[in-house]
Design a binder for this molecule. Structure first.
Ligand code: FA5
Length: 342
């Protein structure tokens, strides 16, 4: 076979290989095989100089022509194969931006926490400091220092969870009053939110519940200051139009003791069938009073020089009233269907 015939054979082979190549990498293999450094056609070109002079022109011309043709075919085929590959890739990577996104669960603040935040914010705005105390409390702070000595019947009124060795789960946030006064000199202005525990369980009582304690001790504080402060707080939490009233009450660690009612923020007393106040026109909100001089003496404050007022409220009950929730136990069951409503 002459060189020219072999070149023709290689040309045909290469062109048909190009035509049947289905991908850019197939085409690259075809290129290497027919035009690469050790391809047969390349070898033929390199050997031209060893041919007799009269043959050189014909073989040179034929090999150049074949090379150009194969290059042209490769180039053309590459364009169309690359375009197809690009289209396929784009189709595979396509994102339908109109599809709905993955839904995610949004958290929300617990109704009690909303009330706690509002009350605490209000007092912080007045210049009160936030104080905290332990939930496992000693008998001394929970009772004795609050003027409830061992054996006193007032202890029985709070259904206490007793722990070992004189420890209890605190039944109210009032022990934080004592801890605060023992740790600083007057004047004192603190609010103390926290969890409290009693052996109670019915629609308006749960074994764990929140309280917010407040304590102010300074020179010249009176019941008027207490009433004014709590009235402003009630307006902040329940709306500008609410009125407040004090009723006499009894707590061992205050004298006099009072309970504070707020006018029904739903009906203002005008609806005998009101679901919030049950027609009474008033809602009981918290216990309060002037700090008993015996308590001030116990922490080393001079009751001749200082007076104080204290109050303790149940933000869970306040949230029940505000959101019209009939059973307090719902608050602590962690049922998302309930919690997502807030
Ligand atoms: C006290 O606990 C007093 N320490 C409050 C106080 C502080 C009076 C300072 C004077 C001076 P009482 O037992 O009434 O008071 O509870 C206060 C509030 O806690 C109640 O009005 C109620 O809202 C809430 N509370 C009491 N027991 C429960 C319970 N088991 N579940 C939910 N809330 C409760």
């Amino acid at each position: 076979m002459t060189a020219a015939e072999r070149i023709e054979e290689l040309r045909e082979e290469a062109l048909s290989a190009v035509a049947s190549a289905g991908s850019t990498s197939d085409l690259e293999s075809v290129r290497v095989r027919y035009l690469g450094r050790s391809a047969e056609l390349t070898e033929i070109k390199k050997s031209i100089r060893d041919l007799p002079p009269e043959d050189r022109k014909a073989v040179g011309g034929a090999s150049n022509k074949a090379t150009k043709e194969i290059e042209g075919a490769l180039h053309e085929r590459l364009e169309s194969v690359a375009a197809t590959e690009r289209e396929e890739r784009l189709r595979a990577e396509a994102v339908d931006v109109t599809l709905p996104g993955t839904p995610y669960l949004k958290g929300s603040l617990h109704p009690s926490l909303r009330v706690i935040d509002e009350v605490v914010d209000f007092f912080v705005g007045l210049g009160y400091r936030v104080a905290e105390g332990p939930e496992v409390e000693t008998d001394y702070y929970n009772f004795t220092a609050l003027n409830i000595p061992p054996g006193h019947p007032a202890r029985g009124m709070q259904d206490t969870f007793f722990l070992d060795e004189g420890l209890v789960l605190r039944t109210h946030t009032s022990p934080v009053q004592i801890r605060t006064m023992l740790s600083q000199e007057p004047p004192v202005y603190v609010v103390c939110p926290g969890r409290t525990y009693r052996r109670d369980s019915d629609p308006t009582h749960t074994p764990m519940f929140n309280q917010i304690e407040g304590l102010a001790v300074d020179k010249g504080l009176t019941l008027g200051h207490l009433k004014g402060t709590l009235a402003a707080m009630a307006r902040h939490v329940f709306g500008e139009d609410v009125k407040v009233r004090l009723r006499p009450s009894y707590f061992q660690f205050v004298e006099p003791g009072v309970e504070l009612d707020v006018s029904c923020f739903r009906c203002g007393g005008s609806d005998p069938n009101c679901k919030v106040c049950r027609g009474a026109g008033w809602i009981e909100m918290l216990g309060a009073g002037m700090v008993d001089p015996a308590v001030l003496t116990e922490v080393g404050y001079d009751p001749e020089e200082y007076t104080g007022f204290a109050f303790g409220m149940g933000p869970d009950r306040m949230a029940m009233v505000r959101y019209g929730i009939p059973d307090l136990r719902l608050f602590f069951e962690g049922d998302l269907r309930f919690l997502h409503q807030f």
